[in-house]
Design a protein around this ligand. Sequence first.
Ligand code: HXC
Length: 525
Amino acid sequence: MSVKRYSIKILCMKNKIAFLQDKIKLANTGGGEARIEAQHKKGKLTARERLHFLLDENSFEEIGMMVTHRNTDFGMDREKYLGDGVVTGYGTISDRLVYVFSQDFTVFGGSLSETHAEKICKIMDMAMRNGAPLIGLNDSGGARIQEGVVSLGGYADIFYKNVQASGVIPQISAIMGPCAGGAVYSPAITDFILMVENTSYMFVTGPNVVKTVTHEIVTSEELGGASTHAIKSGVTHFSCTNELDAINHVKKLLSFMPQNCEEIPKQLEYQSRDERRIYLNSIMPENANQPYDVRSIIVELADEETFLEVHKDYAENIVIGFARLAGRSIGIVANQPAYLAGVLDNHASTKAARFVRFCDCFNIPLLVLEDVPGFLPGTDQEWNGIITNGAKLLYAFSEATVPRITVITRKAYGGAYDVMNSKHIGADLNYAWPTAEIAVMGAKGAAEIIFKKEITTSDNPEDKWLEKEKLYSDIFANPYRAAERGFIDEIIEPSETRSKLIRAFKMLENKVVNTPRKKHGNIPL
Ligand code: HXC
């Protein structure tokens, strides 16, 4: 009797396991083979394929595979898919724990239902509780139209959690397909956005609404494609050539970050060697107005092939990005003399300010390479708020408590001298190359103002002007006046810069700053 009962139990168990296996198989097919084929035909991977390439092999653990939506309107109770259009869970990238969600366009176009949102919120909560990064792979037609307001509520729940998580864990959004309407605001709150050229787009209102309201005729790609957001709006930090490129960028980006705000980024093995970079002694053009590409300095200073430029095609007059210095993660902010002479303008200021704040949130030390002729003058800049935008960068540097070092390579003029991580706003070490020029303004303009009378009353105003320009230049177009005051800690030979920086950042690794107690500051947004 007992034997018989035992075998029935086994049989039941077998059936139950088979039933489970069938369900898992079904869930793995998302919206079905035909829709998967359609996805592939568009040059897109499926939600699960993306996770396969993103995460370490066999590391993915899915959570919520059996979830289905609860909607009964419009006959939706007869159309349910396991997982409800989003694959969620956790896994590892280079052995580091990450939480992920990957929207499945093959199920109702990846649209966000109440339950779809609940799944994302669940792993966001887990990521926060366990202090690990959150990576979202977005591919969605937006709010699930059949669900109405509960879908909008679901979005707001996600936005709220994005804000709570901001500055606590790194959040990265890869846009792999459509991302429209209010849905764009979740990625916008996260730390980094990556888009894929030709297959992803982001906009608040699509081309049809644009045509109705403003009579503009524009394609989705022109309105909100990857290159539009990489070049014109700055919404995306990276424009990637295809999905695998985007996934590889996510991995590289993550390698510079710690797991959460309580940790420091992982230091890689580094064997000390000759750190002199002789080439840097001849990198500066003879003529101080001649441009050069600041990236050529960055690659000399950073560990080989570690520089990852962020926002490469936006506000090119400032270069920002991550690199490693003797195996340690650093964030770099550098004026770019090769573009608009490296002037600070509205876009450059906001671009750099947000980056500085990210680095400060996640304990990534900052290196500033300064060669700036000042803020860009003009009505366009003033009317678009250069006062407020420039103040953002000033505020971001001033409040940053991570180790901060500045190297003035050439020009440091006017307000831009103060703003670009000067000693006065809390930089730890300020170096200058012998080619540095630190003054209120360029010698030509300065001479014109302070020697106006002498120049205009002279028999030969042109010569007088040149003479006075030289006088001002002799006094101020060098780093020595600033060094006399201690505003510059050391004037260094360019070839020694890398070794100085390695030692200095090591010296600063236990830096502690006590800031005044407050609820939060009020950055000029
Ligand atoms: C429900 C949706 C859907 C949605 C697409 N689908 N979007 N189902 N809710 N929002 C379904 C389609 O019915 C179709 O189902 C499948 O997904 C694929 O859609 P297609 O249109 O065939 O694909 P494609 O031609 O590639 O076009 C993709 C698309 C288009 C551009 C995303 O589907 C589209 O415009 N969708 C509506 C977008 C939209 O207006 N969403 C609301 C935005 S407002 P079948 O069964 O045929 O496979 C919003 C507010 C958020 O999101 C506010 C937050 C605060």
